[in-house]
Design a protein around this ligand. Structure first.
Ligand code: C2G
Length: 131
């Protein structure tokens, strides 16, 4: 098979099985999976709180996965087009919580939204631990 690069983006804080399934499914669409891990600053700007794990730790975890070929810092949501060009994306994969939001990038590559794994989220894990 000739090289087919899949790119996806996420915070992947408090890594869980929903994240893993998304990444494994994304990788199965191509020969290379490149993951943009959102920086602590982007997270703070987006969600008003710092992630539990730092960007260095989150990137280390993602990079160690069998299904992931490389990782980079996602510094801004607006830079998606630049990243897709830089990493020569054939496919952009996102979870369906982002359905429709990245359709403008269909001029650069294929855009696919996967159904999220139900009943698991970082927020829920944090709440469970707090109880
Ligand atoms: N995900 C999933 N199932 C879950 C939870 C998450 O499939 N139960 C997917 C999300 O849809 C997303 C990826 O896992 O595609 C990473 O999720 P988050 O870390 O929550 O990513 P987010 O903070 O939405 O950052 O440029 C976009 C952002 O960087 C995405």
């Amino acid at each position: 098979m000739s090289k087919k690069t899949v790119v996806t983006f996420g915070t992947f804080d408090v890594f869980h099985v929903g994240h893993l399934r998304l990444l494994e499914r994304a990788r199965s669409l191509g020969t290379h999976l490149v993951v943009g891990v959102s920086t602590d600053k982007l997270n703070f700007d987006k969600k008003g709180r710092n992630p539990v794990y730092s960007e260095v730790e989150r990137k280390e975890i993602i990079q160690s996965l069998k299904c992931v070929d490389s990782v980079f810092n996602e510094e801004s949501l607006e830079k998606k087009g630049d990243y897709l060009k830089q990493y020569k994306a054939d496919i952009l994969v996102m979870g369906d919580d982002w359905e429709g939001k990245f359709d403008i990038y269909r001029e650069l590559c294929e855009v696919i939204y996967f159904q999220r794994t139900p009943a698991v989220s970082t927020t829920e894990v944090i709440e469970k631990i707090r109880l």
